[in-house]
Design a protein around this ligand. Structure first.
Ligand code: GDP
Ligand code: MG
Length: 602
């Protein structure tokens, strides 16, 4: 396949507009997967992806298609790169787009342009991709393709006559998609005569083959047996296997200019496979390709084994999982309250949730996670600045040592039906947002941009936004600058002892309310124990909220009235089950849910 007969494209869309279903249909149309065979959303391989109906890892598939082009039938090799739809994973979107020359911009014919449609459009537009608008789900009774065409024109200046109308469900209009890909998207621009340069797109660990890299060959060609080097690390490797993703690994022995495929090269861990790195033949000098936006960790949380003895098991599970998700950062930490654990950095809250779920489902680990925090910057009186990823690391009485602090902000994009504008403006103001733009998508939908502290988004913002708009709001954000801010450390004390794992950093104006809510939540979720428990929230030495949980003798067997032994056993069993997810802090047992509930206090 000369590169003239190759097309590399991606499908981008707001979540649920039908990317994965459309990808399935294209794979079936080209005979890459059998129709009605296997599960839907073929490319969503992870269990969490199927359960949550979202795409987390971007996947690639190569398809073959014959098309009449310039008056004769030609065979084309089409590389489809599916992208994740959720805001947390826009990093994966930009990574996928770096290997593409075009994108199908899928928009739901009933819902119209949504926040991630806007975000993804700009990612593609800034990468100079050819954009093919696809208005999908035209089979729905509420579909209004003309309205969507008008939105595409007014928001993105896309020509309405370029839009394809499809239903990935009924198959209507799908026959126009691949011809449009071939005719409207340019072939990859690389030079076959230049030295090899390839972009490392993704990597994962396979128990049998070792590290498998997804690569896009930009210039030159990659053959099995080649010696290659990383531009980032200078490390060299020998290529032991190379081929295409069809969508299973199919060895071909070679990848030519413009092709996307896999490569195995004896890397020992995915940490050696740096996403965005340029790989080249050893001993040839090349100019590295522009890497793409590196993953930025927006949210940090401590992960601890739910019962103290399991540290090694958790360590092992985290190591295995990060083999496949290089976008998580992990450092060991210890907490006086929780013992040995890890501080992990995530791209966002959903990313964090997915990581937890995968730890539990795929690796059987039981974890307690601490309140997520964003990376703050503090300046000490000697002028040194530190990034604080763990509130516990900050001195509790900082007055004399800290001179200034900054917090990360994001630019949030919100699209809502016009009737919700008032309540959304109120919510954003509560969250310390600053309005940057307020306009209209069309007569029924408003478009707003806000600068907001990242912390305000991290804590349950999206859920609240959805609930005040009956689920109609769509939302996306991109990271922006740090702003100076009046921050304080809020300690939680149980019977006078600060619990380091429950410390948070909050804006001074919010501290009294957050402190109050935290102690009330804790009172609700901590069971009464044999002794009285005093729960306090404090800034430095000043207590700002306090609750008392009175003592109670708890004995499940008391309910048994002596008799039935099997019932007794069952109750004991049940109590043990409950205990698994407990953590003893000092002398107080705290259930996992108590930690979890703290996440929702803003
Ligand atoms: P993604 O989040 O963009 O990958 O969206 P999915 O492909 O997972 O689709 C979301 C939901 O919309 C699924 O329940 C699909 O079955 C459904 N869906 C996809 N395409 C169509 C379509 O053309 N018509 C209708 N009625 N439903 C569709
Ligand atoms: Mg999907």
């Amino acid at each position: 396949y000369p590169s003239d007969n190759i097309r590399n494209f991606s499908i981008i869309a707001h979540v649920d507009h039908g990317k994965s279903t459309l990808a399935d249909r294209l794979l079936e149309l080209t005979g890459t997967i059998r129709k009605g065979h296997g599960q839907p959303q073929y490319l969503d391989k992870l269990q969490v992806e199927r359960e949550r109906g979202i795409t987390v890892k971007a996947q690639t598939a190569t398809m073959f298609h014959t098309h009449k082009f310039l008056d004769s039938d030609k065979d084309f090799l089409l590389n489809l790169i599916d992208t994740p739809g959720h805001v947390d994973f826009s990093y994966e979107v930009s990574r996928s787009l770096a290997a593409c020359q075009g994108a199908l911009l899928v928009v739901d014919a009933a819902q119209g342009v949504q926040a991630q449609t806007v975000a993804n459009f700009y990612l593609a537009f800034e990468s100079n991709l050819a954009i093919i608008p696809v208005i999908n789900k035209i089979d729905q009774p509420t579909a209004d393709p003309d309205r969507v065409k008008a939105q595409l024109k007014s928001m993105f200046d896309l020509d309405p006559s370029d839009a394809l109308l499809t239903s990935a469900k009924t198959g209507q209009g799908l026959e126009q998609v691949l011809p449009a890909v071939i005719e409207r998207i340019p072939p990859p621009p690389g030079k076959s005569t230049s030295p090899l340069r390839m972009l490392l797109l993704d990597s994962y660990y396979d128990e049998y083959k070792g590290v498998i890299c997804h690569v896009a060959v930009v210039d030159g060609a990659l053959h099995k047996g080649d010696k290659i080097s990383s531009a980032a690390t200078g490390q060299s490797y020998e290529v032991s296997d190379v081929g295409i993703l069809h969508p299973e690994l199919v060895p071909t022995g070679v990848l030519l200019t413009g092709q996307v495929g896999f490569m195995v090269s004896g890397m020992r861990s995915t940490k050696e496979a740096r996403i965005g790195d340029t790989l080249h033949h050893t001993r040839t000098v090349i100019q590295p390709l522009p890497g793409f936006k590196p993953a930025k960790h927006m949210v940090f949380s401590g992960l601890y084994p739910a019962d103290g003895s399991d540290f090694e098991a958790l360590n092992h599970a985290i190591e295995r999982l990060t083999c496949n998700d290089a976008s998580v950062s992990v450092t060991k930490e210890s907490s006086t309250a929780l013992g040995l654990g890890f501080r992990c950095g995530f791209l966002g809250l959903l990313h964090m949730d997915v990581f937890h779920q995968r730890l539990e489902q795929e690796h059987g680990a039981h974890v307690i996670s601490t309140v997520p925090t964003v990376p703050y910057i503090f300046e000490y009186s000697d002028g040194s600045k530190v990034e604080v990823q763990n509130p516990a690391a900050l001195p509790s009485n900082p007055k004399n040592r800290l001179t200034a602090c900054w917090e990360p902000t994001v630019i949030a994009t919100i699209i809502i039906p016009s009737e919700y504008v008032g309540s959304v403006i109120t919510l954003c103001a509560e969250r310390r947002g600053e309005q940057l733009e307020y306009s209209f998508v069309d007569s029924q939908r408003a478009f707003m941009k806000y600068r907001m502290p990242l912390r305000e988004i991290v804590v349950d913002f999206y859920n609240e936004l959805k609930s005040i708009t009956s689920g109609y709001a769509s939302f996306d954000y991109e990271d922006s600058e740090y702003q100076s801010s009046d921050l304080v450390k809020l300690d939680i004390l149980l019977n006078g002892q600060p619990v380091d794992a429950m410390a948070t950093i909050v804006h001074k104006s919010k501290a009294p309310r957050v402190g109050r809510e935290l102690v009330e939540k804790l009172k609700k979720f901590i069971d009464r124990q044999m002794f009285e428990i005093i729960i306090q929230a404090a800034i430095g030495t000043k207590v700002i909220a306090r609750e008392t949980l009175s003592a109670m003798r708890k004995n499940v067997l008391a309910k048994c009235y002596g008799g039935d032994i099997t019932r007794k056993k069952k109750l004991l069993e049940k109590q043990k089950e409950g205990k698994k997810r407990m953590k003893r802090v000092g002398s107080v047992d705290i259930p996992q849910e108590a930690f979890h509930e703290l996440l929702k206090v803003s």
